[in-house]
Write a protein that binds this ligand. Structure first.
Ligand SMILES: *[C@@H]1O[C@H](CO)[C@@H](O)[C@H](O)[C@H]1NC(C)=O
Length: 362
C-alpha cells in the first residue's frame, strides 16, 4: 500500500477498534487497564469519574455471597455518579465469576455483576508487603489492591459498607489531585478516597504502606494516610482533607451504630398501607430550608446535608447488638424508620421502582 492509503487503513483500523471497544458487552473481563481511553475526562485536572470496588476471596474458587447492603452500595455509586467505568477488582477464578453471573451465587451477587459499565478486573492477591512482611487476612490484601488500583488509573474507591448520598463531581472537579476524609479521632479513613492517577498522595501511600506494614489493623492504611494528609496539605492542590461529616460521620462504636441503625418504632412506617407493587411515597432529599427548622443537635432524624459518603460500619462485625435491627433488608430501608434508612431510601426506592427488589426479600 502507498503512504496515504496505508495511513488511511491504519486510521480505519484504529477507529474500528475504538468502535469495538464501545460495542463490547456491558460485562467485560480484563486483566490490564486501558488508561488512554478510560482516563480521558473533560477537564485535564479533574479526578476521573471511575469507581473502584475490591473483593478478594481467600480461595480463588470460592463463590461470592453478596448481600442486599452490598448491592445498595454499588447501586448508589452508579446512580449518583454515573461513572464511565466501575472496576470490580477480584482474584475470583473464571468458574466463580460465571456462577456470580448466572445467579448460582444468589440474586444480589448477580445484580452486582450486572451493574452498568462494570468491568471485572482480575488481580492476583498480593501476599507480602514490600518490607517482606506477610499480609494478614483478605482485608489487608484488599487494602494493597485498592491503593494500587487508584494509583494506576485514578478515580474513587469505596468500601462495600460505604453508601454514596450524592454526586462527587464537585470534589472531583475541585482542582485538588486527591481527596480524603476524616473519621473518629481525627484519623483519615482509608475506606473512601479519590485521586487522579499517580497523584503525590497515591505515590506516597503506595510507598508508605509497603514500608510501614506490620500486620497491625490500620498501620499501613489509616495511619500512613493520616501522616501523608498532615504534610501534603501544605503543597498547593495536592490533597484536600475533608471534615469527618463528609465521609465517615459516625463510627463502629456502640452508641454511633445505635444512632445510625436503630429503628424508631414511634415513627410511622413509610410502608404503612403499601403492598408489593404499589407506588412508594416520594421523599424529597433534605433541602436547606427543611433542615434549618430542625434542632441542630437532633440525633433523629439526622441531617445528612454535609455528608457525601456514609461509611456505615456494620454493628455486628464489631459486636454491637441493636434492638430491633438484624441486618439491612429492603423492608428495613423502605420503612424509613432509622437514620441509615432515611439516608439510603432514595436509592432503595429507585431499585423498587425499577422492579429490582421486592419489599419482603432478604
Ligand atoms: C480452594 O477450594 C477448592 C474447592 O473447594 C479446593 O479444591 C482447593 O484445594 C482450595 N484451594 C486452596 C489453596 O485451599
Amino acid at each position: 500500500m502507498k503512504g496515504p492509503l496505508l495511513k488511511f487503513a491504519v486510521a480505519g483500523a484504529a477507529l474500528f477498534s475504538l468502535v469495538l471497544f464501545f460495542l463490547l458487552p456491558r460485562y467485560t473481563v480484563t486483566t490490564s487497564y486501558v488508561p488512554s481511553i478510560i482516563s480521558s475526562s473533560k477537564s485535564a485536572t479533574a479526578i476521573p469519574n471511575i469507581a473502584h470496588f475490591v473483593y478478594i476471596l481467600s480461595n480463588t474458587s470460592d463463590t461470592f455471597d453478596f448481600a442486599f447492603s452490598h448491592y445498595l452500595s454499588i447501586f448508589a455509586a452508579s446512580y449518583y455518579w454515573n461513572p464511565t467505568t466501575i472496576y470490580f477488582h477480584t482474584n475470583a477464578d473464571a468458574a466463580s465469576r460465571a456462577s456470580a453471573r448466572d445467579g448460582t451465587s444468589g440474586k444480589w451477587t448477580q445484580l452486582i455483576f450486572n451493574t452498568p459499565n462494570l468491568i471485572i478486573h482480575s488481580v492476583e492477591a498480593p501476599t507480602h508487603a514490600g518490607n517482606g512482611h506477610e499480609l494478614q487476612g483478605m482485608e489487608h490484601r484488599s487494602d494493597f489492591v485498592r491503593v494500587q488500583a487508584v494509583h494506576d488509573v485514578g478515580g474513587v474507591y469505596i468500601d462495600w459498607d460505604v453508601h454514596a448520598l450524592r454526586d462527587l463531581k464537585p470534589l472531583r472537579e475541585s482542582g485538588f489531585s486527591a481527596v480524603a476524609g476524616k473519621q473518629i479521632e481525627e484519623q483519615i479513613n482509608s475506606g473512601t478516597f479519590l485521586s487522579r492517577p499517580e497523584s503525590k498522595m497515591m505515590r506516597l501511600w503506595v510507598q508508605g504502606m509497603n514500608e510501614a506494614y506490620t500486620g497491625g489493623w490500620t498501620t499501613h492504611s489509616n495511619a500512613v494516610l493520616t501522616q501523608i494528609g498532615r504534610k501534603l496539605v501544605a503543597e498547593p492542590g495536592e490533597m484536600l482533607v475533608l471534615e469527618r461529616d463528609a465521609f465517615a460521620p459516625w463510627s463502629w462504636n456502640g452508641d454511633d451504630c445505635a444512632r445510625l441503625f436503630s429503628p424508631h418504632q414511634e415513627e410511622p412506617s413509610n410502608l404503612e398501607g403499601v403492598r408489593q407493587g404499589d407506588l412508594l411515597p416520594e421523599v424529597e432529599a433534605g433541602t436547606y430550608d427543611e433542615w434549618t427548622t430542625l434542632e441542630e443537635t437532633s440525633d433523629f432524624p439526622r441531617d445528612w446535608s454535609n455528608t457525601y459518603l456514609l461509611h456505615a460500619f456494620d454493628p455486628y462485625r464489631f459486636g454491637n447488638h441493636i434492638e430491633g435491627f438484624d441486618k439491612i433488608t429492603p423492608r428495613y430501608v423502605l420503612e424509613r424508620r432509622s437514620n441509615f434508612a432515611r439516608a439510603v431510601y432514595p436509592v432503595a426506592k429507585e431499585m423498587y421502582d425499577r422492579g429490582l427488589v421486592s419489599i419482603d426479600e432478604e
